[in-house]
Every structure is written in C-alpha cells, then in structure tokens.
Design a protein around this ligand. Structure first.
Ligand code: URA
Length: 193
C-alpha cells in the first residue's frame, strides 16, 4: 500500500494518474482484466460518482458504466437533468474487473484506495456519490449500504452520499423509491451547497 500511495501521489494530472495505475503491478486484479477502466464523463464536474468494480461490458470497453447498470445510471441522472456528457464524472474504486465478477477482497480495495483518493483530489468535485457496499468500504471503511444510504457524510473532505448501486436497482426495483429520494438530495446539495 505504501507503493500505491507513492505512485498515486506522484501523479499531478488525471492522465498521469491513469498512467500510474496502468503501470502499477502490485494488485493481482490487473492480470485477469482485459482493460483498465479509469473514468468517463467530465473531469472537474461538480458531481463525481464512484462505483465498485467494472463488469464484463466495462472490462471490454475500458470505460465505466457502459452495461445495464450504466444505462440505469444514465436514466437516473437524466431524471435530475444531469449527464456524463455535461456535468458528471464517473469512476470506480477498482480499475480492473475481478475474476468472474466475484466480490472484491478487502486487501484489493485497500491497495487501490490511494489511487481513488488521488483521483478525487485531481478531479475536484463538489459532491461525491458512493454506489454500493464496496465503494463505502473503500472511502468510509464501513459497508452497510442499507444503513448508510440517504445520509450525508464526509469523505475526502467532501459531502458524500452513499446510495444503493444501480445494478441492485435492476434486481430490486422496489428500492427505486429510496434511490429517488437520495438523488433529489444530491440535486439539492449541488444547487444549495
Ligand atoms: N458496476 C460498477 O460498479 N461499475 C461499473 O463500471 C459497472 C458496473
């Protein structure tokens, strides 16, 4: 993790950070992945969203949130008049797909955490949204999303809203009501500070 911290801190721009992750060989996940999945959307946007790990579609495309969960995310953002083409920046707490999409391991999350923290510093969002248990594990070191969601907290010195993952909403549409309430809260925070 000290090596990860050093590599992350040496990056002064998002491009350098991407290169630092590409060259980082101390996380086993890169071996099984096809592509590095770094980010999508608008760097410097007021809203940064962190997902978990890339799925099969993202691994193939080298971009976050391009599969079904990503389509759900785009619909959620459109509902509050936002989009990755305009005012949202997207990444994940792991830049590589896990083998067969298994759950990430705590040591994998811890190893890549310095890169996530540096990513946030360089992207400079006003508000952070964390999707799902594993992104809460990375930045809040807690992972009970059902208890955390809906409550503003601080991470990386920013206002941060944990939310259920859009992939979860695909399987559990009844949770859309809570997700909608959380999205409105994010919209209000971006508007009113
Ligand atoms: N799920 C995530 O958490 N991230 C992605 O990029 C795709 C699916």
């Amino acid at each position: 993790v000290a090596l990860a911290r050093r590599a992350a801190q040496s990056a002064q721009t998002l491009e350098e950070l991407r290169a630092a992750i590409q060259g980082f060989e101390h996380c086993e996940l890169h071996k099984g992945a096809r592509n590095l999945v770094f980010a999508d959307g608008v760097p410097g946007a007021p809203l940064m969203i962190l997902g978990e790990s890339p799925d099969r579609d993202e691994d193939r495309a080298g971009k976050p949130f391009v599969g079904r969960a990503g389509q759900m995310l785009d619909r959620m953002l459109a509902a509050i008049d936002m989009g990755r083409d305009r005012n949202v920046y997207l990444s994940n707490i792991l830049p590589w797909r896990t083998p067969q999409g298994r759950d990430p391991k705590p040591d994998e999350i811890a190893m890549m955490r310095p890169f996530v923290q540096r990513h946030i510093e360089l992207a400079k969002p006003k508000v952070l949204v964390l999707f799902g248990n594993w992104s809460c594990q990375s930045l809040l070191e807690k992972r009970s999303i059902m208890r955390l969601r809906g409550n503003w907290t601080k991470a990386a010195d920013l206002s941060c809203m944990p939310m259920v993952h859009p992939g979860y909403l695909l399987r559990n549409p009844e949770a859309k009501r809570e997700a909608w309430a959380d999205l409105l809260s994010v919209q209000a925070k971006l508007r009113d500070g």
